[in-house]
Design a protein. Structure first.
Length: 108
């Protein structure tokens, strides 16, 4: 697992460096076309906000569903007691993603 994490970090670092190396020419062309670059930065911030929120929400929902299904598979008689809190938890997790979407719209 440590080897996979190292490879992932190296790949991400290489991708970020390559994008910045080629971004200089595009940045000068973009500033010539649009005098205000604040709108682009705000759009990137909104996209990152919703992307990170959606990723975090998906990870949390998958972990909650996996834990609930694991509990139900170990004790099928407790499925009624597990399902209701799981659905409430999934709704609360989804509401946080919706709040991030509202904030992203508010920013842009």
């Amino acid at each position: 697992m440590k080897n996979f994490g190292t490879k992932l970090m190296v790949t991400l670092a290489a991708t970020m460096v390559a994008a910045q190396a080629f971004a200089q020419e595009a940045a000068t062309a973009a500033t010539a076309a649009a005098p205000t670059s604040e709108r682009g930065i705000i759009a990137i911030a909104a996209a990152l906000a919703i992307g990170i929120a959606a990723f975090g929400g998906a990870m949390a929902q998958s972990k909650a569903a996996a834990a609930a299904l694991d509990g139900i598979s170990r004790n099928p008689a407790a499925s009624g007691k597990i399902m209701t809190p799981m659905i409430i938890g999934l709704a609360l997790i989804e509401s946080l993603v919706i709040y991030a979407l509202v904030i992203a719209f508010k920013i842009s």
